[in-house]
Each structure stands twice: as C-alpha cells, then as structure tokens.
Design a protein around this ligand. Structure first.
Ligand SMILES: Cc1cc2nc3c(=O)[nH]c(=O)nc-3n(C[C@H](O)[C@H](O)[C@H](O)COP(=O)(O)O)c2cc1C
Length: 272
C-alpha cells in the first residue's frame, strides 16, 4: 500500500508576509522589499524546516491598490530572486509563476532551464495565463478572452517543453581529449508553429539533473484551467479554505488529468 506523503510548499511573496500590511509589523525589517539577502535567508529557513518547495507568485500588476500604505505582493523579479536563492540553498524546490500570455516561449524556456541547471534540477514553472486588465495594461493591451489565453497557453507549454527537450540526455559531451563539445545529432530544432506562438529552436542549454523543470498550474476550477492543468501540470496550487473544498478541487484536477490520458497513482489511505 502506498503511504501518503504530504508535500508542503511555502508561498514567498514580497519579503514581508502574505498580508498587505505585514511590512508594518515591529519585528519586520521594512526594507525587506528590496533585500535579496532576506529572500535567501527565508528560503534557507524553509529548507531547514523541510518545506519541499518555495512558490513565488507573479503578476506583474503595476502597484498594489493602496500603494500609500500597502506593499505590492510580488517579488521585484521572480527569476532574479530564484537565481539568488538557488545559490544559497541546496535541496528546496524553486517554483515561480511565468505568464503564457505576456511572455514568448523561447525567453521563458531559456530562463527556467538556466535556473534548472543552476540549481541542479530544482526549478518549477507555474504556467498561468494571467488575468486582469491591470496586468495587460503594462504590455499596452487589454486582457485577451479566456479562449485566446488558454489557446495560447496550450501551444506555449508544448513549445516550452519541446525547447527544454531539444538537447538529448547525453548530448553534452564536453570531452577535452577528443575535442567534442556536443553531439549534433542529439541537439535538434523544434520547428513548432501554431496559431499563437512559434519557434525554430533548439535551446543551447543541456538538460539539468532532473531533465526539465516541473510544470505547475495555480488555478481555480474554470473548465479551461482544469483542462490545461489536467494535460500538462505535474502539480497544482489551489486556494481551498476547508478540507471538503480541498478534496473537491483535488478530485476535479485528478479527473481532468485522467480525461487527458494520465494514469494516476491511487492510495487507499487518502480521504475519498
Ligand atoms: C493559489 C493560486 C495562485 C495563483 N497565482 C497566480 C500568479 O502567481 N499569477 C497570476 O497571474 N495568476 C495567479 N493565479 C490566478 C490563476 O492563474 C487564474 O488566472 C485565476 O484562477 C482565474 O482563472 P481563469 O483564468 O481560468 O479565469 C493564481 C490562482 C490561484 C488559485
């Protein structure tokens, strides 16, 4: 019988805490917002405390609703933060949000794979489509329809995973004796072109120890989110406020994964 094992992640926002007024607490350094050493110390504490991963959400929306008194909830730049944290930790997983609407697949694939290599296989990508005109305004556009956001997300994730896989496992030879750097036959362009995104590839980054970053999806229960997560996500970050609600969400995401063809491990010890 499989023994259920709880995996605990820690949400790491702006360096203060989850609440918008946390920066005013007397025991909090009010300059944490821009202090990367603080982020590293927080991640080290999470690692010591046996958390499996830290999760850095990202908008990026302009400023908080009440910038006079409230700190924005996000990191200055999630990839920069995780790069700093990667160098100061050894085991903890490093998960950040990356929008499929306001990025190009090649940029995002390169950043997350570089992080994965740098951290020796600890990177995870929370693939989300972004919501809200406040975020879209930073890119000079209105937020696209759900159909367009999720249509692009399907293409985007496939393209990113293809780019991540564009180097074979043993492609990087780096043999000084023979002078061979890499096996060209194991480095292949992806040549993918869809309705929304396209890339020739390949990347120029060899696989990390875990092969590729882990794909996450953070969502509620919209049909589009369920089918995206069901198809691509190895982990889902949800927002449930009771055990019953959490079970409902878990069941919905499991059903979506099975509908997409996944064969899930079952444990008789999990609550029904
Ligand atoms: C726990 C949780 C974390 C989320 N984190 C992010 C995030 O970091 N960035 C973001 O743009 N959206 C985030 N979202 C929003 C979702 O990606 C999604 O846009 C939202 O649930 C609306 O769903 P819809 O796009 O299917 O309408 C998060 C949602 C949940 C439930």
């Amino acid at each position: 019988m499989n023994k259920p094992k709880m995996i605990i992640g820690m949400h790491l926002g702006n360096g203060y805490g989850a609440l918008a007024g946390a920066w005013r607490m007397p025991w909090v350094d009010p300059t944490n917002y821009t202090d990367y050493d603080t982020r590293v110390r927080q991640a080290q504490a999470a690692e010591r405390g046996k958390f499996q991963f830290i999760f850095l959400p990202d908008g990026p929306s302009a400023v908080s609703a009440d910038i006079d008194f409230e700190a924005p909830g996000f990191n200055l730049d999630v990839m920069m933060t995780l790069a700093a944290v990667a160098r100061g930790t050894e085991r903890i997983g490093l998960v950040a949000t990356g929008s499929t609407t306001f990025n190009e697949p090649y940029n995002l694939a390169r950043q997350f794979k570089a992080l994965d290599v740098m951290s020796h296989g600890r990177a995870g990508w929370n693939a989300i489509t972004s919501a809200g005109d406040d975020v879209a305004a930073n890119y000079g556009v209105r937020i696209p329809s759900s159909a367009d956001r999720y249509g692009r997300a399907h293409e985007f994730i496939q393209l990113v995973q293809s780019l991540w896989g564009s180097w074979g496992k043993d492609a990087w030879v780096h043999d000084q004796a023979t002078g061979q750097f890499a096996k060209s036959e194991e480095v292949a362009p992806v040549n993918l072109s869809g309705k929304y995104v396209a890339s020739r590839g390949p990347l120029y980054i060899p696989p990390s120890e875990q092969g590729q970053p882990v794909v996450f999806h953070a969502a509620g229960l919209s049909n589009n989110a369920l089918s995206l997560a069901g198809r691509y996500a190895s982990a889902v970050i949800g927002a449930a406020f009771s055990i019953e609600e959490a079970i409902e969400h878990r069941t919905a995401f499991r059903n979506a994964a099975e509908a997409a063809g996944a064969i899930l491990m079952k444990s008789s010890s999990y609550p029904a």
